[in-house]
Design a protein around this ligand. Structure first.
Ligand code: SF4
Length: 216
């Protein structure tokens, strides 16, 4: 096996992107949502929780609180009961109610379309904001979740545990119009092949350019 880590990060990134596009042409967001408010809510709930679990919980949650106004007026204890199984539910319930209040009071119930306004909402960080910007508004924004962080560091496209540093590095390596799809594809790859424990390097199509694989 010839290790090609001497290639530039741009070349490595392009090679990885091409592989992802061939392997996961139909990748998409695995959270269920029907409008921007639902995606924002589901993404907040997805912290330290599987998307599968979030989708189960949001079925009831969206019935109970269909609009930002309904959620802003939610009873905290009732909200906790509904979202309990997603973990860290006390913080999440506080965040959701505060986020919905911010939306109704400052944005007329409309989910804003800028990183600055989104991250000013209670409980909304850069990761959540970029999920909304990409999936709802077709705007650039690299979502750095646990899969992206792990895979970029293994491959050699990042050398940091800091999501903001990784985001800044990647946003110049991947074209803005591809950010959203790129993110869905990396997540598919992380669930499927470059798993947290025991990555399936033997069947990985970029092992010849992977820093981690070269170190084995
Ligand atoms: S070779 Fe292994 S560690 Fe490297 S990207 Fe592929 S699966 Fe991940």
């Amino acid at each position: 096996m010839i290790y090609k880590y001497s290639m530039s990060k741009k070349e490595l990134s392009e090679r990885f992107e091409k592989y992802l596009a061939e392997k996961y042409p139909e990748a998409k967001c695995s959270l269920d949502y029907k409008d921007p408010f639902q995606l924002l809510t589901a993404t907040i709930l997805s912290a330290q929780c599987t998307d599968k679990r979030v989708n189960i919980v949001t079925k009831e949650l969206f019935k109970k609180y269909p609009t930002p106004m309904d959620m802003a007026n939610a009873d905290y204890d009732e909200m906790c009961e509904v979202i309990k199984s997603t973990g860290i539910y006390k913080n999440k319930a506080k965040s959701l109610i505060s986020m919905a209040k911010d939306l109704t009071q400052k944005h007329g119930g409309i989910v804003p379309d800028s990183l600055k306004e989104l991250t000013a909402l209670a409980g909304v960080g850069r990761k959540t904001a970029n999920v909304v910007l990409g999936n709802i508004y077709n705007m650039p924004g690299i979502v750095v979740d646990t899969h992206v962080k792990r895979i970029m560091n293994r491959l050699g496209l990042a050398d940091s545990g800091d999501p903001v540093k990784i985001e800044k590095e990647l946003e110049v390596l991947v074209d803005g119009e591809n950010h959203c799809m790129w993110g869905h594809r990396v997540i598919s790859f992380g669930r499927d092949i470059c798993t947290a424990k025991q990555p399936k390097c033997a069947i990985c199509g970029v092992k010849d350019v992977c820093r981690y694989y070269a170190s084995l």
